[in-house]
Structures are given as C-alpha cells and as structure tokens.
Design a protein around this ligand. Structure first.
Ligand SMILES: Cc1cc2nc3c(=O)[nH]c(=O)nc-3n(C[C@H](O)[C@H](O)[C@H](O)COP(=O)(O)OP(=O)(O)OC[C@H]3O[C@@H](n4cnc5c(N)ncnc54)[C@H](O)[C@@H]3O)c2cc1C
Length: 526
C-alpha cells in the first residue's frame, strides 16, 4: 500500500549501509530520530468539509489526508509531524470526461477551488490546498488511465491523462512500443502531471522531454473544452500546447493526451566511466552532445556525488579494488563518474564513438556492471529518503539549467550557497549534470541536513537552504526549474526569469480559460 507520510510502497525498505551511516554521522553529526504522528492522530485533525454533498465527491478523512500534500520537504515535515495545515474539503475520482465537466461546473456554483491531482509526486507545493474561506475539491485523475487510441502508422498513442508511468508503459509494451519517459517518480507520477509540470525523464536525451512527446490532447477548462489536434507541425499562430505544458492545473484539467511513441528498443545498455576530475568529464559530455551522437542518457556526477554514491552502494572490498584499478590509470580522489545510456538500433555505433570520446578526455570506461546496477535501482533511490528521515536526516533536491558557459559558475554558486547557509549545522551537498543539450545542461543537486525534533526548526532550516539556493540560481543565470515546475515554492523567483510583462500575459491567458480563478489558485502565478 502507498505510504501516507513518505515515499512509495510501505512494504519496501531501502536500508542504509553501515559505512554510509558512519559517513553521515561524521559529516553532519549524529541524527536524532524524529517522533512521527500516527495516522489516527492525523485523521482526528481533519475538519468538517465545507462542500455540499455530491455523489462524485468523497469527504472521507483518509481520502482528504492523502490528497492534502505532495512530496516536497515542507510536505514531509507536515505529514510526519501531523501538522498538515489545510486539507481539501472533498476528493473526486472521475472516470469520464463528462464527470470532470460536472465537477468544474459544481466548483463554480459552490465557489470552490479545484485542484487537478495526478500522482501527487509534486516536490514544489503544486497540489496543496490554500488557506482561506474558499473550499477545495481535489480532482484525482487516476481512474482515467486507459489507452484510448493507437495510431500505429503515425506512432501516436492517446491515453486518458491519469495513467501512471507503469500503466502507460505496460499498455504500450503489449504492442511493442514505448514512450521512454522515465522520471525518477515513474512509479506514481501520471501523464497529465508530466504535461502540467513540463517533466523530464532520465533518458530525455534519447526520447525527448515531455514537451517533445506531447503531440496533442484535450483540456477541459471552466471556460470550455480546448482541443489540441496532434499535428506534426503548424504555422497556425502560437502553439496552444505550450500553454497547457507547465500550466500546473491553472488552465483546467488535461483529460486526454496524445503522445509520440517509438518501438521498444532492441537493446539497451548503461555504461559507467570515471574521469580524473569533473571538469574533464564535463568537457567530454559537452563534446558528446554537440556531436549529436544517438545516446539516451549522459549523467555526470561531481567528485562529491561520486564519493557519496559509491559509499551508499556499500561493498567495501569491491570499492577498494575499483579505487586501486582507477588509481593505476590516473583517476584518484577527485574522480567523477559518468553514466551513459546506449539505446536502440544505433546503440553499437554510439557506444564505439562515445567511449572513444570518453578516452580522449582522460576517462576510463568500466563497462556495464555499474550501469546495470543503476538501471536496476533507478526508481528505488527515493525509498532511501524514508530511511534517512527515520535516522534524523532530511534530504531535499533541486534542479536548474543554464548554458554550458554559465554552468560551472552556477554549480559552484549553488554548492557554496547551500554549504554555508546554516550557521550551526553542516550540510552535505552533491550534484550531477542530469540532462544535456547542445547549448547547455541541467544540474540536479541533493542536499542532506539534520532534522530537528522540533518540526518548525526543520522547516526553518529548509527555508534558509532553499532561499539561499534559489537566490544563487536566479543570480547566476539558471532557470528556477528545469523539470520540477513552479508550484508555490518557486513562484517568488518566476518574475525575474519571465519579466513582469511576460507574467501578466501568462496571467491573462490563464484568466481567459478560468475567468473565476477556481483552478489551483496560488500556484505558478498569483
Ligand atoms: C522521488 C521523486 C522523484 C522525481 N523525479 C522527477 C524526475 O526525474 N523528473 C521530473 O520531471 N520530475 C520528477 N519529480 C517531480 C514530479 O514527479 C513531477 O513533477 C511529475 O511530473 C508530477 O506528476 P504527478 O502525476 O505526480 O502530478 P501531481 O504531483 O499530482 O501534480 C503536479 C501538478 O500538475 C497538475 N496536474 C496533474 N495532473 C493534471 C491533469 N491531468 N490536468 C491538469 N493538471 C494536472 C496538478 O494540479 C499540479 O499542479 C520527482 C518527484 C519525486 C517525489
């Protein structure tokens, strides 16, 4: 069963190796396990619903609790401490588009806010109801999970938008196809959520980001239905798909989406290579992406992340052997690990040329075994967050993108901002280049700090860290988000990126689809 106060299935545990536990204690100090609120305690705090009774809307406290928060660190503090704050007044799980229309009509007559809800994996406060006198109905789309149409000739598949990653891939796999969109939240996140947040999968280099994969669909807004035909290209004015991508539930509910699919790859391999330092690896991957080699993934860890990843993996004896082997080839303590994905018909050529480029930059290829281990555990790592929380350590991540030229300065600025943000606590910061483009790259930063027995203090530490990192991003040419979206947490930084005039154009466009402002108020833009 899905956990109500953490990540994933509650029957799955991700233990921390003793060496990794020692590393955390050495680097951050001993953790104090927090005292979590029980489910019964929290359910007892759910207030009476302010919505009139309706056959599509459940006011069950358990449903309302499970839709009150997403997966951001403030959400975790709220769920674990039992201080949820605001609950939705009701939760609907429509099965048909007509039911979505009915819910939006009801929300208008009740004067209620409506929050579209996919997998609830948002990490920036997207799905949380806002404080105030307006009641909220959350519209959970997960019962709308069917493949509606497959145009094999055009390689287009149309799904109901509440389909989760595994459900979508299973339906495509049955006919020899794949979408290839694998965010780390794949297990729970949904197609509609990916579109509404402009999500990026781990193999976006090969398959494309969601905006490349989203060919069309249907948006049901309070102002009416917007149909987006899946045209391969069009010069008929601005592309309205771009208004739906990243709309974060503010424009309406995406009920259907047509996506570009491809045949399942005949082969797929992930290889690891180590560079003597991060700068050398960075030059190698810039070269690889600018040469337009058909790779499906390039992921380069900093020296700190390489060290932490190898420690987390455990296996001390194997690690010692690896270090001896790399040391003999000139790769020492500053080593940076690269993971490369070779997928599909051109995998062999990509591997041959790719590994040549790695070698020409001083890299040492290590073959498939570390890559295979990464592939096996690619969706399991978030479970570690549960274990670390129980040990008294809070883990959060953030991400941004910029040009190749600005990237080194941006990464250093974020690292410095996070490392020095807390006056009395140490912070473990590590990062990798996660998505690459010919003109720049995205970096994904993980930071770990001790939680406090006092949830307010943990939240205050997080706010200090998040503000410091966000200021470093905005001040060093980065986007406030490459893949997680804006929600509430990134909203204060949006104007600097989009300009005041740009934001008012966005507000006006959203307002035309939602004149009464009922759709997910407070997110993305005010
Ligand atoms: C452990 C973990 C790993 C993650 N890894 C990645 C990653 O690799 N790449 C990445 O891009 N993101 C990642 N994320 C962030 C998150 O998974 C994405 O933002 C994802 O796209 C959210 O999808 P969801 O279905 O869970 O949407 P939700 O969290 O339910 O909703 C997100 C937003 O989309 C809106 N929305 C949802 N469905 C619809 C719909 N049908 N119509 C209109 N609006 C809708 C909601 O109103 C909300 O504003 C990760 C999150 C976690 C917790």
């Amino acid at each position: 069963m899905q956990r109500w106060n953490g990540w994933g299935d509650d029957s799955i545990a991700h233990p921390v190796q003793p060496t990794a536990a020692r590393m955390l204690a050495d680097e951050l100090g001993p953790g104090t396990p927090p005292r979590d609120a029980t489910l019964d305690d929290v359910l007892a705090t759910v207030p009476t619903s302010r919505l009139p009774a309706h056959s599509l809307v459940s006011v069950d406290p358990n449903e309302r609790l499970r839709h009150a928060r997403g997966q951001s660190l403030p959400d975790w503090v709220a769920l674990r401490s039992g201080r949820i704050g605001v609950f939705p007044d009701g939760v609907a799980r429509p099965q048909h588009p007509e039911e979505v229309d009915e819910l939006l009509d009801r929300a208008l007559t009740w004067g209620a806010a409506a929050i579209p809800f996919g997998g609830g994996t948002s990490v920036v406060g997207h799905v949380n109801p806002q404080e105030g006198d307006t009641p909220t109905v959350t519209i959970d789309l997960r019962r709308m999970n069917r493949l509606l149409d497959l145009d094999a000739e055009s390689r287009l598949a149309t799904f109901q938008a509440g389909v989760s990653g595994p459900e979508l891939e299973a339906q495509l796999r049955a006919v020899g196809l794949t979408l290839g969109h694998f965010p780390q939240s794949f297990e729970y996140s949904t197609l509609g959520g990916w579109i509404a947040t402009r999500s990026s999968g781990q193999q976006s280099l090969g398959y494309g980001r969601i905006e490349d994969l989203f060919a069309g669909g249907v948006l049901r807004s309070p102002a009416g239905v917007v149909s987006l035909p899946p045209l391969p290209a069009s010069a008929a004015g601005p592309d309205l798909r771009q208004l739906v991508l990243g709309s974060e539930g503010r424009a309406g509910v995406v009920t259907e989406a047509t996506v570009r699919v491809v045949p399942l790859p005949e082969s797929e391999e992930f290889h690891a290579a180590f560079f003597p330092d991060f700068a050398g690896g960075r030059e190698a991957i810039r070269n690889l992406v600018q040469e337009q080699l058909p790779l499906s993934m390039l992921r380069l860890s900093t020296a700190d992340e390489t060290r932490v990843s190898l420690t987390l993996a455990g296996h001390r004896r194997q690690l010692a052997l690896l270090e001896r082997y790399l040391g003999a080839r000139g790769v020492g303590s500053e080593k940076a690990m690269l993971l490369m994905g070779f997928t599909g018909a051109q995998a062999r050529r990509a591997r041959r040329v790719g590994l040549q480029v790695v070698r020409s930059h001083g890299g040492v290829p290590l073959g498939r075994s570390l890559g295979a281990r990464w592939k096996k555990g690619r969706f399991a790592l978030p479970y570690l967050r549960n274990t670390l929380w129980d040990m008294g350590y809070a883990v959060d991540t953030l991400e941004t993108a910029t040009t190749w030229k600005a990237l080194p300065g941006l990464m250093t600025a974020i690292d410095d901002a996070l490392s020095g943000a807390l006056p009395n606590e140490r912070v473990l910061v590590f990062s990798h280049i996660s998505h690459v483009y010919p003109d720049g790259a995205a970096t994904y930063v993980t930071y770990v700090f001790r939680s406090s027995p006092d949830p307010d203090e943990t939240l205050s530490r997080w706010k200090t860290l998040k503000n410091a990192a966000s200021r470093a991003i905005a001040g060093n040419g980065g986007t406030i988000s490459h893949q997680h979206g804006v929600g509430t947490d990134h909203r204060p930084y949006l104007e600097a990126e989009k300009s005041a005039a740009g934001l008012s154009a966005l507000r006006a466009a959203l307002g035309a689809l939602d004149p009464e402002g009922i759709m997910n108020p407070g997110k993305l833009v005010r």
